[in-house]
Design a protein around this ligand. Structure first.
Ligand code: SF4
Length: 240
């Protein structure tokens, strides 16, 4: 059984170039202090979150066949729901493209899903540079698993993107430069690799209430970083 905590019935922004629905699965192994979705992450809030029945979700998808191109599966962190492969198969059987949003901490499932050709697009959050990963994820992270997911996506044949929510109190310019060197291509050989998006943090309700007072970086600052790290990627942009 899949635990569904929310459904956005139509979005033009969550799946690049597609009209999609976004389904929010419950539970996450990270505790990013700036996370906007505490109701999908913290057990005490999850227990109060209304569930959407799988049947209701699939009835909705059947109704929208031909009107929507794809489904974005996000969370929380979807890869820890043990029935995820079957859930995706059922979505694909209805003719939808599937995009997975993940924190990359579960490369075993990612490999299985990619191997079974169940994914059309993967967006992986890169929480910070290697050295500061735990701070941004709010837990101890097995960085080897993050690197495994990064390598798999860079080698794989499916469309993917990396992205980072840039938070003034967590990320310096040097951190993002170090991150770009870590995950990007090698600019000295003229080979920037992959797509990478910087997203400015905007204070909303956050897991750690202290972050609700954190101001976003000025947009020009992110553009300055983007200019410096662009050689590491094929595409590098600031997203609103
Ligand atoms: S931002 Fe962090 S805590 Fe929130 S859902 Fe994503 S990985 Fe989990």
């Amino acid at each position: 059984m899949i635990e569904i905590g929310g459904l956005e019935k139509s979005t033009l922004i969550d799946y690049p170039g597609r009209v999609a629905a976004t389904v929010f699965l419950l539970g996450c192994n990270f505790r990013c202090p700036f996370c906007y979705s505490s109701e999908l992450v913290l057990p005490e809030k999850i227990s109060r979150q209304p569930r959407i029945l799988e049947k209701v979700f699939f009835d909705f998808l059947k109704e929208r066949q031909g009107l929507l191109d794809g489904v974005v599966i996000c969370g929380g962190e979807p890869t820890f729901q043990k029935d995820l492969p079957d859930f995706i198969k059922r979505i694909k059987d209805l003719g939808y493209l599937v995009k997975l949003d993940t924190n990359g901490s579960n490369p075993e499932i990612l490999k299985e899903l990619m191997g079974d050709e169940l994914l059309d697009y993967v967006a992986m959050d890169i929480k910070s540079c290697r050295e500061k990963y735990d701070l941004a994820a709010g837990v101890r992270v097995d960085i080897g698993k993050i690197e495994e997911s990064i390598k798999m996506l860079k080698k794989g044949k499916i469309n993917y993107e990396f992205r980072t929510t840039v938070v003034r109190t967590l990320h310096t310019k040097e951190d993002i430069l170090s991150l770009a060197k870590w995950i990007g291509g090698n600019p000295s050989t003229g080979s920037g690799q992959g797509k990478y998006y910087l997203q400015n943090f905007r204070a909303e309700k956050t897991i750690d209430p202290k972050f609700e007072k954190v101001k976003p970086y000025p947009p020009d600052f992110l553009l300055e970083i983007q200019k410096e790290i662009s050689p590491f990627f094929e595409i590098c942009e600031v997203r609103d």
